[in-house]
Write a protein that binds this ligand. Structure first.
Ligand code: UD1
Length: 421
């Protein structure tokens, strides 16, 4: 298993090119299942989760070719409508095949995702939504088995669906299913994340009729079939935010390139509150830090609120910033796995239910730590970059799931990170 060895306290300076968003690329690759024609994608990040998605789609019969960050997918002859446990357990987003398979082929079998490091993460809203569109769904041997048999022409039927909680992949699954359903679907309490909007825009290019993207209510008018399209994946706002915090924590100056700053306002505003200078321009955001940081309190919430996927990274920042901060996690019940590891590096953090109180102003010290989930791992990298001495981070496969060329990008701007086996 690979480890990262990080020598801290190096000032980061220079340019970083931000990759395509993992959370937009995953559903968009899976959207290829909705059409028999070619879906040509650009700006696809090279990540472990993308490889898992390719495996999943390939096993179903999707033809996939790629060069660098471009990928072409053709779901002409789909022979297998089953997403097996070995793939679903490594990537929960595999659940996203359920809607498209059911909508186009009238049947699907997807292993029920189990619990994961950051909480139980049920998929009941995905299931209830598809049932509202007429699907019959049962759980059989650990799989979700779904069918449209019994419905006119074996097709899902448009419905008005009120989701009990804002769910990103739930909204995406139902939006994809609704594209090929008979009639109109209204998705109430939809997720407004830029990645959901990017998927919607790609579906529109494929011929879907979708209105209300980026609002609480998305309406979809079902069509007979979708066609091929070309689409470029939006930038990864979480990757960008992580590099921006790295600049803040190392008294550095970084220019993140390939960003639409309007899609990460809550992150930028919080970072400004810490006292760093942030300059937004057309396609870039520059962060300048003198290393004097003020602690900031945070409460996670769905977009446009502060993203849960940036919570762990801000906690790392708060450990060294002056003052006491409160970090309240409202989306996932167990997303403080990084706390114990940060404490091992010298942080002062107390957790009470879903709130962590961070007493800042600490000088972190290198230690051997364990990555526990994707964003927790990112927070350990940030802590290590600002810490005195050497940190060894174990189980970094979590990082490879979501950060493209992490050590290469950091080393290009002055970090000292080595990957060892
Ligand atoms: C997506 C993102 C993940 C991010 C999360 C929240 C992808 C691939 N992953 O995950 O990076 O951290 O959004 O922004 O896009 N819930 C239910 N029932 C359901 C579905 C969700 O109770 O059927 C709950 C979850 O347990 C959680 C909340 O709703 O408490 C939000 O989860 P959700 O938005 O669905 O997260 P994901 O889509 O899995």
């Amino acid at each position: 298993m690979d480890k990262l060895i990080i020598n801290g306290q190096k000032k980061l300076n220079g340019d970083v090119y931000i990759s395509g968003a993992k959370n937009a690329a995953l559903p968009i690759l899976i959207a290829s299942l909705l059409s028999k024609e070619e879906l040509k994608l650009k700006n696809v990040p090279n990540l472990f989760d993308i490889k898992t998605t390719e495996k999943l789609l390939f096993a179903m019969g999707v033809e996939i070719s790629k060069t660098d960050s471009s990928m072409t997918l053709i779901a002409r002859d789909i022979k297998d409508l089953h997403a097996t446990y070995d793939l679903v357990k490594t990537m929960r987003a595999s659940i996203l095949v359920l809607g498209p398979l059911l909508a186009r082929f009238g049947s699907a079998r997807v292993s029920l995702p189990g619990g994961c490091a950051i909480g139980s993460r049920p998929v009941d809203i995905h299931i209830k939504g598809l049932e509202a569109m007429g699907a019959s769904i049962k759980i059989e041997n650990g799989d979700i088995v779904a069918s449209t048999s019994g419905l006119p022409e074996g097709k899902l039927v448009g419905a008005e669906i009120s989701m009990s909680q804002v769910t990103v992949t739930g909204t995406e699954n139902l939006m994809m299913a609704a594209c090929l359903a008979k009639g109109k679907t209204k998705l109430k309490n939809s997720a407004k994340e830029p990645e959901v909007v990017d998927l919607g825009n790609c579906l529109i290019k494929m011929g879907a009729i979708i209105k209300g993207l980026g609002t609480d209510i998305i309406t979809i008018e079902g069509v007979e079939e979708l066609n091929g399209a070309e689409h470029s994946i939006i930038f990864d706002r979480i990757e960008a935010g992580t590099y921006m915090i790295a600049a803040a924590m190392t008294a550095g100056e970084l220019r993140c390139i390939g960003i639409e700053s309007g899609k990460m306002t809550s992150i930028i505003n919080k970072l400004r509150e810490t006292g760093v200078e942030i300059i937004e321009s057309d396609n870039t955001v520059t962060v300048k830090s003198n290393g004097i940081l003020k602690a900031v309190s945070i409460e996670t919430s769905p977009f446009p609120g502060f993203p849960t996927d940036m919570q762990a990274q801000f906690m790392a920042l708060n450990t060294i910033a002056e003052g006491v901060s409160e970090i309240k996690e409202t989306i996932f019940e167990n997303r403080f796995m990084h706390v114990q590891e940060l404490i091992r590096m010298g942080a002062d953090i107390e957790v009470n239910q879903n709130t962590a109180v961070v007493s800042g102003g600490k000088m972190l010290e290198g230690a051997s730590v364990m990555a526990t989930d994707l964003r927790a791992s990112a927070s350990l990298v940030l802590a290590a970059l600002s810490a005195k001495g050497t940190t060894v981070i174990d189980r970094i496969y979590h990082l490879d799931r979501g950060y493209e060329d992490l050590e290469k990008k950091f080393n290009q701007i002055g970090a000292q990170i080595e990957r060892v086996n």
